[in-house]
Design a protein around this ligand. Structure first.
Ligand SMILES: [Zn+2]
Length: 216
């Protein structure tokens, strides 16, 4: 995986490449709507590292970093909304309400993985095909994010899978994926995912991948 200095250099370069963007309110309204669903929350911690860091906190931190980077580096080119902004548990059935109400273009549920086999490592993307167009678009976004995390940050890829998850099944966005960002049961990934700078780098790669997918 890449060092902090390399990640910061990438962030620095991106800032200068994109610093000239300015949009007025009307232009902002046309920007694509992305709903990010940080998994778990409240009494449901999700996976937990050996050091006690919880999945629910890692995914919320990454989601918040996406909001900050979208604002500071990309002048809010995407309209980002989170299904939760605090440490609360939202029912699975309610997680898709926001994306339905907003008619979101893209829905991404973000998670960290766990396994009994503590050597299991890497990212996984899940899609639940509802139509050929939805499956192919979700597939493409998922693979773009996974490739970005592998090429830029050096995170291993475990491929794209079909997942019968309620947040995907209930969703009617044109594009919806569930992203497993790595294993909290694998020591290197646990440290990486718990680190704030790595979380910023992951957030940035997801944002860039979404923009690449959208042709922005
Ligand atoms: Zn999870």
């Amino acid at each position: 995986m890449y060092t902090l200095n390399q990640i910061l250099l990438a962030l620095f370069c991106l800032f200068f490449l994109n610093v000239s963007f300015t949009q007025n309110e009307k232009e902002l309204e046309k920007n694509p709507i992305i709903v990010i669903d940080p998994g778990h929350g409240g009494k449901d911690p999700g996976a937990i590292t050996a050091q006690g860091t919880k999945e629910k906190d890692i995914v919320l931190a990454i989601a918040f970093k996406m909001i900050v980077l979208n604002d500071t580096l990309f002048d809010n080119m995407l309209r980002l909304f989170l299904t939760r902004y605090t440490d609360t548990l939202i029912a699975l059935s309610d997680r898709t309400v926001l994306s339905k109400t907003l008619k979101a273009d893209i829905f991404i549920s973000i998670h960290c993985n766990q396994a009994i086999n503590t050597t299991a490592a890497g990212t996984e993307v899940f899609i639940y095909p509802k139509s050929e167009a939805q499956a192919s678009a979700s597939n493409y976004l998922g693979l773009t994010i996974q490739k970005g995390l592998a090429d830029i940050l050096g995170v291993k890829k475990r491929g794209l899978k079909y997942g019968n998850f309620q947040v995907l099944r209930d969703n009617n966005s044109n594009v919806s994926i569930l992203l497993e960002l790595g294993f909290l049961t694998q020591s290197d990934e646990a440290i990486y995912l718990s680190n704030q700078e790595s979380q910023s780098a992951i957030a940035l790669v997801i944002l860039q991948s979404i923009m690449k997918f959208l042709g922005l």
